[in-house]
Design a protein. Structure first.
Length: 465
């Protein structure tokens, strides 16, 4: 069950023991546990209301589909563990369903393709239990075929609770139209970005859950059927279309197109468009923030459209925004005075002269004057009371990553070194090489620095004054 506002109806159902016998047992357990700080509860079982089955021989499917999962609990307080493995979990394919669905078993489960019995503990979870049973598509079944599987959980006294799962052959596969990058955007301008979704699966999408997350962008309007969780400071919209059905092969567009306002001082921004079938969930590794107020604008609406060309990504993906601006970074000269062996502490200062913040895209390369010896350098804490050098050291060169600097801000790197004979070293600013991660795509253009002359400076050792 989900506490607080939910994106959609939970795809899981929980069954509780009911009736006079269950009530009496619950009251008795509460009395016997009085004073211990814990009381027994009614037994429960949790299983998906609907589960989509991969067709036999099909190797594709939704992104990060969550495996079939169920859990059960006898409700009793067990000290120091999950209780003895003396409970029973039974799965039955109900009459008329075996042409669509059969059972797959593992671990200490026995039985047939339509009836399986597992010995389980008092607190059971199929993801970590000693045995598991799950529905799979039957040989000869076709997309759209469906059947019901009943799960029964019994404790050592024979008390039972049941849950049912409707197993459907075929899967909805939600794909979102994405673009790797959008360029040439004027700082402060608004982007108009439609959310386009198609279903490339074998069965319809029943209910759609789109989510849009922003980095260095703002929503111009907030819609009534979307939540804007406070934990993300209004930069994530979690929407729902519980009654929407998308047939296999069909495409829908959310209207009106989202208006995303860019920042006047940022050089890069991005947004992430995701979507999933509500009755299937977001996927094994997906998550969406809870809570948040609904928007005060009109409701987004979904319209069926003709297929749109472009790149679609299962589950969705990121689009990078490159604004038509630049960042002028500069590094200052350093002058040191002293005889050889003199200890000096000095700062290397980098400034962003603007007009934009290019993010953490820059590096300072420091080559000391010949004969200088390192005593102390910038350190970063990688764990509690554990530090390592902040700058990468190779040969006589130190390469230091810059943080993202707002226009007008500076960053200092403090070193302590022993001086050598009079001489000069170099300080050079450069763009980080896009070797992976965020800046790996062809859209990355660095800082577009219009004044490369101030990207270089000199550190000079002078004779003692």
């Amino acid at each position: 069950m989900v506490d607080g506002p939910a994106l959609a109806v939970s795809p899981y159902v929980v069954r509780w023991a009911t009736g006079v016998g269950a009530t009496a047992a619950l009251l008795l357990s509460a009395l016997t546990a009085c004073g211990s700080g814990a009381t027994d509860k009614a037994p429960s079982i949790t299983a998906p209301e609907v589960f989509y089955l991969r067709p036999v021989g099909d190797r594709s499917g939704p992104k990060d589909k969550a495996p079939f999962g169920m859990s059960a609990d006898d409700g009793k307080v067990h000290t120091g563990g999950t209780g003895a493995v003396d409970h029973t979990l039974t799965a039955d394919v109900l009459p008329g369903a075996k042409a669509a669905v059969v059972l797959h078993r593992s671990g200490n489960c026995t039985g047939s393709s339509t009836h399986v019995t597992c010995q389980v503990g008092a607190k059971y979870d199929s993801a970590s239990g000693a045995g598991s049973v799950s529905p799979v598509a039957a040989e000869g079944s076709k997309p759209g075929d469906a059947g019901t599987v009943r799960f029964t959980y019994a404790d050592r006294n024979g008390k039972k609770v049941t849950a049912r799962t409707r197993a459907v052959v075929g899967e909805p596969v939600v794909e979102v139209l994405t673009a790797e990058a959008v360029g040439g955007v004027r700082p402060g301008a608004a982007l108009s970005e439609p959310v386009v979704v198609r279903n490339t699966g074998e069965v319809p999408v029943s209910g759609l859950g789109p989510q849009v997350g922003l980095e260095q962008l703002e929503f111009e309007k907030r819609y009534a059927n979307c939540r804007y969780p406070g934990i993300h400071r209004g930069h994530t919209a979690v929407c729902e279309f519980p009654d929407l059905r998308i047939a296999p092969g069909a495409t829908v567009t959310l209207r009106p197109a989202l208006r995303l306002r860019t920042d006047e001082t940022e050089m890069y921004a991005s947004f992430n468009s995701e979507a999933w079938a509500l009755d299937m969930g977001q996927g094994q590794y997906g998550s969406h923030p809870a809570g948040g107020d609904h928007g005060d604008g009109p409701a987004l609406r979904a319209e069926t459209v003709t297929a749109k060309k472009g790149t679609y990504a299962k589950g969705g993906g990121w689009t990078h925004v490159v604004l038509d601006t630049h960042a002028d970074y500069s590094v200052s000269d350093v002058d040191l005075h002293g005889a050889p062996g003199t200890r000096r502490t000095f700062k290397l200062t980098v400034r962003n002269n603007g007009p934009a913040d290019a993010g953490a895209t820059e590096q300072l390369v420091f080559s000391p004057a010949p004969g200088m010896t390192m005593v102390k350098q910038p350190m970063s804490e990688i764990d509690e009371d554990v530090h390592e050098p902040y700058c990468e050291h190779r040969g006589a060169t130190y390469t230091c990553d810059l943080d993202a600097l707002k226009p007008g801000r500076t960053q200092d790197f403090t070193f302590t070194m022993l001086l050598g004979e009079p001489g000069a070293g170099t300080l050079t600013l450069r763009d980080k090489a896009p070797v992976g991660g965020w800046y790996a795509g062809g859209w990355y253009v660095g800082d577009r620095d219009p004044d490369p002359a101030n990207d270089e400076a000199v550190i000079t050792v002078h004779p003692e004054r």
